[in-house]
Design a protein around this ligand. Structure first.
Ligand SMILES: Cc1cc2nc3c(=O)[nH]c(=O)nc-3n(C[C@H](O)[C@H](O)[C@H](O)COP(=O)(O)OP(=O)(O)OC[C@H]3O[C@@H](n4cnc5c(N)ncnc54)[C@H](O)[C@@H]3O)c2cc1C
Ligand code: SF4
Length: 846
């Protein structure tokens, strides 16, 4: 039996909770809801909130066999960021507890509006006094040759993206396949593409529009978004369609309208949605594109209403949840008589792309429509930033935030509430520190909607705080605010702090090392050591609530276990990133890069000759000198990796892992006339000692022969600078990537040996105390330089010997992965062909 979301007792196919009819007669009206999705369930919640449980005997039909879940979170489930149990909104128990009869897994076929009964596919008839249709939408499947195996039966490997069952099927397929095509470059398509990529698949998006997210973005914004999506490694084809699916037994690829064929083993269709209107059509209720409703959300039958994506109001169809919340409130007011004059006048919609690493938020229009509209644009294609606002009559009527969504909460309030705008319009997009504050949370009206995804108002957040929720996390759990696209989290935090008058308890989860195990890192490490837990699955079984495995926690645990147990840690391949599984960095076309170890950036003619021979033998498309002074062979097929490593006869240069990466060096005192120390030798020695050790995030090092800093040591995780008289400065916590930070001077020491000892001690302290994925540039300021100095230089906690010992254990456990897995792959598929690959443009020879 398929697992049912929301806790159905095993073996029960349909739940029907009859109300307690102690008096023998139930005088309540019968309210029947068709559709147990976000709209249907919300109407029931709102009705109950208004005391409707005394007025109505409520029955809900849901074609899906589950309780009610948060559909918008499916993207997070697909990406492995949320577990499906965490997206349940109302479990089956909730319906029982509220006296609502849930007919889960039962499809309604038609309504007899004269007899006022609903006919369901299980043969039952259910009478109603008031009826709500909330049947939502389904994925639109565009016509393509070869798409169906039999009538209505999609070819194996083809998926829609609408339900939890679609998501489960995609996750199962993703575990077995290498390459996916996603049809549709809108919000859903991009979220599906990124989600699949998170499982190691090479992904290509085929989009009929001339730019991505063309419903929300203008062409300039779309072009910048394409750039950002491609930077993630997702290939994008614009202005073309898939016309044919290559089969015949399962998906093997697609043919595009321009004749190109692309091989793939999964095809995900996210090309739009269509309202589900069959029940209404079969029942003689007026349907155009959707079920036609008036401002009271009433259809042309006075006792039948429609809400959500199936409803067409004033000619508009909606594909987002914010209108669902508004419609549900109005309908509940009307049904319960709380406000007989309640009316729905349409919704203003805002969207946010839920793709990690690509920030997009849009609302309203994306360009001026009238001569008098004000239009402000800040576009920085190089940084992937495109911001714009449209103002009409002093009101915000549209905003686009791409690459920088810091102003989204503020703009959403201005857009939704029509709050006054700053005289200097630029302040809508950037912060100018002239002391003028934005509208503070104190001034926000109580009924102002803060979380659009879950329809949570400022008032509800304040009530949660007043009701005893002391932390931001507990308020989010209680109200669901911030649990959708996440763009309102900052505002939710501000409101909680304001409502609690600053008396906010820190979230316990904030200190957990990984989300799936409720322990801070030191506590977790102690428990792992005491219980002798050697593998991620053993850790979950022993320490996770209910023994539940958590995908988001696996990689962090694998790294931690390697650090604690060295070679005794048990490796589980599904608990590693794709890069760590094949010891190479995955590229945007699905190939890998091979970076052999060149310690300190110092090589020899013999090494160069070998690399050249290998590059020629395997027809490597690009040979590139990296920023870390290594040689990168790019475009290598997965199945060629073991043979290439063998031919190279060089160890891995670790250009892919969350681990010690490289030590960059300058030429130093051997050749440079300014050189005050032998930076190259020290760099080589550091790399020899610490090669490959796992860490919470990558560690990049550099050594320079004088403060002229030719190899950028000041901006490395650990940077070493010769300052004369045999002395060396050791800097920690530097960065020169998306974040730029000069490292902090940890100490000046007297010898290369002292540099090696201190660097090793710092790295071990970082390994043992940093959060998963926390780089040193966050770690050092978080812990504080003074404390780090006290611990590492004065041994204030008496742990220096243990740090040195633990580091030595990791060093002893080092084995070159390239020498191992090639001979005996960890799994049969470890180096299975990833073909067919995407053709990349030829790189011009300069
Ligand atoms: C992956 C994904 C991500 C999304 N992300 C966002 C987002 O970030 N922001 C946003 O605003 N929106 C997002 N959405 C859209 C949002 O989920 C929808 O707007 C919302 O679910 C609409 O609610 P609804 O109740 O109208 O439809 P649904 O939630 O689809 O519910 C309809 C229900 O009716 C049932 N049903 C249909 N016919 C029958 C029948 N004959 N008998 C019984 N039951 C029936 C269906 O099985 C379904 O369970 C996303 C959607 C998806 C799929
Ligand atoms: S950092 Fe100093 S020693 Fe090194 S190359 Fe530059 S000038 Fe020469």
């Amino acid at each position: 039996m398929t697992a049912v979301l929301g806790g159905r007792p095993e073996g029960v196919s349909t739940l029907h909770f009859a109300m307690d009819e102690a008096d023998g007669i139930d005088t309540r009206q019968r309210l029947v809801v068709i559709g147990n999705g976000m709209a249907g369930a919300r109407v029931v919640e709102e009705v109950l909130e208004r005391g409707g449980g005394d007025q109505f005997a409520i029955t809900v039909f849901g074609e899906e066999p589950h309780g009610n879940y948060n559909r918008i979170m499916l993207s997070h489930v697909l990406a492995g960021e949320e577990h499906e149990d965490d997206i349940v909104l109302n479990s089956q128990d909730w319906y029982a507890d509220n006296g609502v009869a849930l007919r889960a897994g039962v499809r309604v076929l038609r309504i007899d509006t004269h007899a006022k009964v609903v006919h369901a596919a299980d043969g039952t008839t259910t009478p109603y006094d008031q009826l709500v249709i909330a049947t939502g939408s389904r994925s639109f499947i565009p016509p393509m040759t070869g798409l169906y195996r039999a009538e209505d039966q999609l070819l194996p490997g083809v998926f829609g993206f609408r339900t939890i069952d679609d998501t489960r099927a995609m996750l199962a397929a993703a575990a077995e396949h290498d390459k996916a095509i996603v049809v549709g470059g809108g919000l859903l398509g991009l979220e599906a593409a990124r989600g699949l990529q998170e499982h190691g698949l090479a992904v290509e998006v085929v989009h009929a529009g001339t730019h991505l997210m063309n419903q929300q973005l203008d062409p300039d914004g779309g072009a910048i978004l394409k750039q950002s999506v491609e930077a993630l490694g997702i290939v994008v084809h614009l202005a073309t369609r898939t016309t044919e699916v290559i089969g015949p037994d399962r998906v093997r690829g697609v043919v595009l309208a321009d004749g190109r064929a692309i091989d793939a083993d999964m095809l995900v269709i996210a090309a739009g949605i269509r309202p589900v209107t069959e029940v209404a059509l079969m029942s003689g209720i007026e349907v155009e594109r959707g079920i036609v409703v008036d401002d009271q959300l009433r259809t042309d039958d006075p006792d039948v209403y429609a809400v959500g994506e199936c409803a067409q109001h004033r000619g508009e169809l909606y594909g987002l949840v914010a209108p669902v919340w508004e419609q549900a409130r109005v309908l509940a007011d009307l049904l319960t008589g709380t406000d007989p004059d309640a009316a729905y006048h349409g919704s203003r919609t805002a969207t946010k792309l839920k793709v990690a690493g690509v920030d997009v938020a849009t609302m309203g229009v994306n360009r001026p429509e009238r001569d008098t509209d004000e239009f402000l644009v800040i576009s920085e294609p190089r940084r992937g930033v495109h911001l714009s606002v449209v103002v009409r009559d002093d009101k915000l009527i549209g905003a686009t935030l791409l690459g920088d969504t810091r102003k989204v909460a503020y703009l959403t309030q201005a857009f939704d509430r029509g709050t006054p705008l700053p005289e200097q319009r630029i302040k809508l997009l950037v912060d100018l520190s002239d002391g003028d504050a934005e509208v503070g949370v104190a001034e926000l009206p109580h009924d102002s909607q803060v979380c659009n995804c879950n329809g949570v108002t400022k008032g509800a957040i304040c009530e949660a705080v007043a009701g005893g929720c002391g932390s931001v996390g507990s308020v989010m759990d209680k109200t669901r605010a911030g649990k959708g696209c996440g763009s309102c989290k900052g505002l939710v935090k501000q409101i909680v702090e304001w409502a609690a008058d600053g008396d906010v308890v820190e979230d316990p989860t904030a200190s957990w090392y990984v989300p799936g195990i409720p322990m801070a890192k030191p506590e977790l490490m102690t428990a792992i050591r005491e219980r002798g837990l050697l593998s991620p699955s053993a850790v979950f079984a022993a320490l996770a609530p209910g023994g539940a495995e958590d995908a988001k926690s696996k990689m962090g645990l694998t790294s931690l276990l390697r650090m604690i147990w060295g070679k005794d840690a048990v490796q589980e391949n599904d608990a590693k990133f794709i890069n760590d599984r094949v010891h190479g960095n995955i590229q945007r076309d699905g190939t890998f890069s091979v970076v052999p170890q060149i310690k300190g950036g110092v090589t020899t003619p013999a090494q160069l000759r070998t690399i050249a021979d290998v590059a020629e033998k395997y027809e490597v498309p690009m040979v590139k000198i990296t920023g870390g002074q290594r040689i990168d062979l790019l475009g290598v097929r997965k199945e060629d990796l073991p043979a290439m490593w063998n031919d190279l006869g060089m160890p891995s240069g670790y250009a892919y892992g969350k681990s010690f990466r490289t030590v960059k060096t300058c030429v130093g005192s051997d050749f440079c006339r300014f050189g005050l120390g032998d930076s190259t030798q020290l760099g080589i020695d550091l790399e020899t000692r610490f090669q490959g050790i796992e860490s919470p995030a990558k560690m990049k090092l550099a050594v320079v022969g004088c403060p002229r800093n030719c190899a950028e040591a000041y901006v490395k995780d650990v940077g070493v600078v010769a300052v004369g008289n045999g002395k060396w400065e050791v800097y920690v916590g530097g960065a020169a990537g998306a974040t730029i930070r000069k490292g902090d001077l940890l100490a000046t020491v007297d010898s290369p040996e002292a540099v090696i000892e201190l660097s090793g001690r710092f790295m071990q302290y970082y390994r043992e105390n940093a959060n998963w994925l926390e780089r040193t540039y966050d770690f050092v300021p978080r812990i504080g330089l003074e404390k780090i100095k006290a611990v590492l230089l004065e041994d204030s906690e008496g742990i220096c010997a243990a740090l040195d010992e633990n580091m030595q254990q990791s060093i002893d456990a080092y084995t070159d992965p390239w020498g191992q897995d090639g001979k005996a792959p960890a799994t049969p598929g470890q180096f299975r062909t990833a073909l067919p690959l995407v053709e990349l443009p030829l790189v011009p020879v300069r």
